[in-house]
Design a protein around this ligand. Structure first.
Ligand SMILES: [Zn+2]
Length: 98
């Protein structure tokens, strides 16, 4: 899969989406499994805030593991995604085997 250059990323659109995502997270509190929901919400908040920090640091869109660009479709699906597809697969594999 092609890795996009960070110049292809519309920073202001991404910032707006991340802020919206944080607001949505604040509203989105289903009561099915409170403990799991709190944990997931915590992770989503941390991911969104970390993405905003990367945006401010000028390194948004770079994979936190390999430093290559995260695929645009990954960022489109989840603007807070920290990893490219390859690294996310490795992380998922490690998590499954842990
Ligand atoms: Zn990577």
């Amino acid at each position: 899969m092609d890795h996009a250059s960070p110049e292809q990323i519309d920073i202001e659109t991404v910032r707006t989406r991340l802020v919206q995502q944080l607001k949505q997270i604040e509203r989105d509190v289903p009561a099915i499994d409170v403990a799991a929901t709190i944990e997931r919400t915590h992770i989503r908040r941390r991911r969104a805030k970390a993405a905003l920090d990367r945006l401010d640091a000028g390194i948004y869109g770079l994979c936190c593991q390999c430093n290559l660009s995260v695929e645009p479709e990954v960022l489109h699906f989840d603007p807070s995604a920290p990893f490219c597809n390859d690294c996310q697969s490795e992380v998922d594999l490690r998590r499954r085997n842990a």
